[in-house]
Design a protein around this ligand. Sequence first.
Ligand SMILES: [Zn+2]
Length: 173
Amino acid sequence: MTLRPILIHPDPRLKKVTAAVTQVDDDLRVLAADMLETMYDAPGIGLAAPQIGVMLRVMVMDCVKDDINPARPMVLINPEITWESDTHSVYEEGCLSIPEQYADVERPAEVEVRWMDLDGAEQTERFDGLWATCVQHEIDHLDGKLFIDYLKPLKRQMITRKMQKLKRERARA
Ligand SMILES: [Zn+2]
């Protein structure tokens, strides 16, 4: 398994709609393993393929954050939201591509998601709480959308400028 560098906003690859996976093969299994390792290492609770520059509809997540419950690494290929609740909830979101910036985002509190697993089998599950927020955030990535796109333009521009500064500093380092 290999740690992959995570792209930092702004980057054109984070704004693109990604392509559906047509075949689950060894390359895809390697990609998924790398993504999980990169996510845990960051550390984060979710990661989408375009965040490491791979323009495919693949995401990983594990929202178990405590030491009591066993980890639940999930790999979702071609995930699709098939139902969302009328009730909404607000979470303070962050993103591995937008380090150290957090903001409240309102989303449906519960969603049902259909996806393909690493065996090529179809899965469906209903998510709530942090899992619901995370899966929606990651699916947004597959459509070139970031959590800051939900914020008011002024706040979004402020965060983008901070990220441009961070990238300049990292390039110099
Ligand atoms: Zn993100």
